[in-house]
Write a protein that binds this ligand. Structure first.
Ligand code: ADP
Ligand code: MG
Length: 388
C-alpha cells in the first residue's frame, strides 16, 4: 500500500524512484559503495530496502536511529557494537545461516551459541567487554565469505550514518578501510539526512589510503515534484478506495510541498478518517506533522551552545519572509536579541542549521523549508525557546 507509513520494503508499495533503485542495484552488483542523501522523510530507507530486496544479497542492516539521542553528543562504543551484533543476529535468523558464523561470533563474545541466538542481554553485555574493535572487521570478513560461498553479495547498510561521528572509541575510517581491503564481495550503503555532517564523515574515509582517489557514489533523493505528488496521492487514495475532492488535494499539495513522508502520512490519516466517518481537515494533519518537527528542532537547538542566537536566527529568517542573505539575517537577529551579534557568528549558526537540514541555501540566500510542517515546526520551536 502506498500509504503505509512504515519505510517500504517492496516495489509494489513504492511510488516511482525507478532510476534511483536501478542505480543502487547496479552499485551492489559492482560492489561500488554508495551513499543515499536527502532530507528527512524523502524515502531513503525505503528505496534502499526495496533495492536490496531485489538483489541476491545477505544484508546487515544497521539503523543508527536506534542509538540516536539528540540530547547526547556522544554514544558509548558498546551501543554501536550492540547494534552491529544485532544486525548479525537478524541475518543469521533471516537467512538461516547458523553454522560457522554463529560459532565464530559466539566465540568472539565468549558466550554459548544459544545465548547469541536469543540475544540474551545480560550475556551479551558481559561478552562486549571481550569484543575488540578489530572484531568488527573480522566478523564482517566471515559474513563476506559466507555470502560468497552461498553465491550472494554482502550488503551492509548504515542508515543515518552521520551518527557514526558521535560513537566513541571506534576509528571508523580504519574499520571501513579494512572492509574495503578484505571484503571484496561486500557493498556498503550509507544513508544520511544531515548531509553536511555525513559528508564530513565520508571525507575521512575517502581521503585516506587505501580508499584514496576512489569515490563513494552519491545518490541524491529529491522531493516529488508537484505532478508526481498529485499522482502519488491520486493513486494512493484509489488504492484505499476513497474519494477525495480536488480542493483537498490542492490544499495538501500546497502544504506538504512534495515531501513523500508527509504525503504518505496525510494519505493514511485522511483515508482513515473518511472510512470511519471522522471529520478531519488537512490542517489537522499539518499540525500533527508540525509537532514532530518542532520536537526535533527544539532538541537540536537545546543541544547547541546558544539557544537564544539559534532561535533568533530562525525567527529572523521568518521575519524576512522565509529567506534572506547573511547581512540581512544578522541585522534582524541582532534586533530581535537587542545586541550586536557578529556576522561570522550568524554565518556559523546558519551553516550548522544547514548541516542539520533545518534550513536550505541557494546561491547566497538562506531559506526556511517550503513545506508547512518543517517551516512552522522550526519557527515555533525557536519562538518557544526564545520566550522561555
Ligand atoms: N517513493 C515512495 N513511495 C511511497 N511511500 C514513500 C516513498 N518514499 C517515502 N515514502 C514514505 O514516506 C515515509 C518516509 O520514508 P523513509 O523511507 O522512512 O524516509 P527517510 O529514510 O528518507 O527518512 C514513510 O512513511 C514511507 O513509507
Ligand atoms: Mg530513514
Amino acid at each position: 500500500m502506498l500509504f503505509d507509513v512504515r519505510p517500504k520494503e517492496y516495489r509494489k508499495d513504492l511510488y516511482d524512484r525507478e532510476k534511483e533503485i536501478e542505480m543502487i542495484k547496479d552499485s551492489i552488483q559492482r560492489k561500488t559503495w554508495i551513499v543515499v542523501l536527502g532530507m528527512k522523510r524523502v524515502g531513503k530507507t525505503s528505496i534502499v530496502n526495496v533495492s536490496v530486496n531485489e538483489t541476491n544479497s545477505i544484508v546487515l542492516n544497521l539503523n543508527l536511529m536506534r542509538i540516536y539521542n539528540p540530547k547526547k553528543s556522544n554514544y558509548p562504543r558498546s551501543s554501536f557494537i550492540n547494534l552491529f551484533l544485532e544486525s548479525i543476529n537478524s541475518a543469521i535468523k533471516k537467512y538461516t545461516l547458523g553454522g560457522k558464523v554463529l560459532r565464530v561470533v559466539s566465540n568472539v563474545l565468549g558466550i554459548d551459541e544459544s545465548s547469541f541466538i536469543d540475544f540474551n542481554a545480560v550475556k551479551i553485555r558481559a561478552g562486549l567487554k571481550k569484543f575488540r574493535n578489530e572484531d568488527i572487521g573480522f566478523l564482517t570478513r566471515e559474513m563476506d565469505e559466507l555470502a560468497k560461498d552461498n553465491g550472494k553479495n554482502l550488503v551492509i547498510i548504515f542508515d543515518e550514518a552521520q551518527e557514526l561521528a558521535k560513537v566513541n572509541g571506534i576509528n571508523f575510517s580504519s574499520v571501513f578501510h579494512d572492509i574495503y581491503d578484505y571484503c571484496k564481495n561486500t557493498t556498503i550503503i550509507f544513508t544520511g539526512s544531515m548531509i553536511g555532517i555525513l559528508e564530513k564523515v565520508l571525507k575521512n574515509i575517502e581521503y585516506e589510503k587505501p580508499f584514496f582517489g576512489r569515490y563513494i557514489r552519491r545518490i541524491y533523493l529529491e522531493r516529488f515534484d508537484r505532478e508526481a505528488s498529485k499522482d502519488f496521492l491520486v493513486k494512493g487514495f484509489d488504492e484505499e478506495g476513497v474519494k477525495v475532492s480536488d480542493e483537498v488535494l490542492e490544499d495538501a499539495l500546497n502544504k506538504f510541498d512534495g515531501v513523500p513522508g508527509w504525503l504518505t502520512f496525510f494519505g493514511s490519516e485522511y483515508s482513515f478518517s473518511l472510512k470511519h466517518n471522522k471529520a478531519i481537515k488537512v490542517d489537522d494533519i499539518v499540525k500533527m506533522a508540525m509537532k514532530e518537527v518542532k520536537e526535533e528542532a527544539k532538541n537540536f537547538i537545546l543541544s547547541t551552545q546558544s539557544k537564544e542566537r539559534y532561535s533568533a536566527t530562525i525567527l529572523a529568517l521568518e521575519r524576512l519572509g522565509g529567506k534572506g542573505e547573511l547581512k540581512q539575517i544578522t541585522k534582524v537577529a541582532s534586533s530581535i536579541l537587542g545586541e550586536d551579534v557578529p556576522e561570522p557568528r550568524i554565518y556559523e549558526i546558519l551553516n550548522r542549521l544547514l548541516d542539520y537540514g533545518f534550513i536550505e541555501k541557494q546561491a547566497e540566500e538562506y531559506s526556511l523549508l517550503k513545506d508547512l510542517p518543517n517551516k512552522v515546526g522550526v519557527v515555533e520551536a525557536a519562538s518557544e525557546l526564545l520566550s522561555s
